[in-house]
Design a protein around this ligand. Sequence first.
Ligand SMILES: N[C@@H]1[C@@H](O)[C@H](O)[C@@H](COP(=O)(O)O)O[C@@H]1O
Length: 241
Amino acid sequence: MKIIKVKNYEELSRTAATIIAGTILSKPDCILGLATGSSPVGTYDQLAAMYEDGILDFSHVKSVNLDEYVGLDGSNDQSYRYFMNKNLFSRVNIDIKNTYVPDGTNPDADACCSAYNTLLENIGTVDLQLLGIGPNGHIGFNEPADHFEAGTHCVDLTDATIQANKRFFASEEDVPRKAYTMGIGNIMRAKSILLVANGKNKAKALAAALKGPVTPQCPASILQFHPNAIIVADEDAMSEL
Ligand SMILES: N[C@@H]1[C@@H](O)[C@H](O)[C@@H](COP(=O)(O)O)O[C@@H]1O
């Protein structure tokens, strides 16, 4: 595991975008695993700027996203499909048909999850999976649990996650209670993993993930077993390490 400590969010975003750019430049038809949340927004800004500057070409890139809220469709501004379109896809020349997010509108969890697992099997190995980390150590929406879930599955969001994510919604009641998420097995199959973390509210989770025991109670701790995981974190997020 490689840990890169940076000063602040701007440096984090530039560093993460440079790593992703390296993947795209060395393999123009790469498959990127993408994440939502506030952590990667600056990284997406930097990637969009590199595209504007003619440095990056996304025309052969494919992407698979980690997760989606159950019940929200892509026109809902809180859906992760909407987030990805707004923060990255509409700003670069990726073919939108090559971008995949679990279908939050499908009420049939088994059908939705097995379709996404089939997609992940068929599309090929993810070259680089970008991750944020929840304040409770979750990755994607793999919440603390008593076992690691391998494949895409439907989760009941924990109260901690509902509290952490309510800032994006008009009210706490509006936060969906369920999500579809790639499992830990799906995530760990990526050739490389890039986790970005900033801010004091991530310090405990990051310390547990990087230095604590590998346990499903802190899902991000599984990254200790990945052969090519890179952590880019700012001083605040690293303050308990
Ligand atoms: N499902 C997402 C995660 O993929 C993300 O990493 C996490 C942290 O979000 P933020 O970056 O806004 O702190 O929030 C959500 O729960």
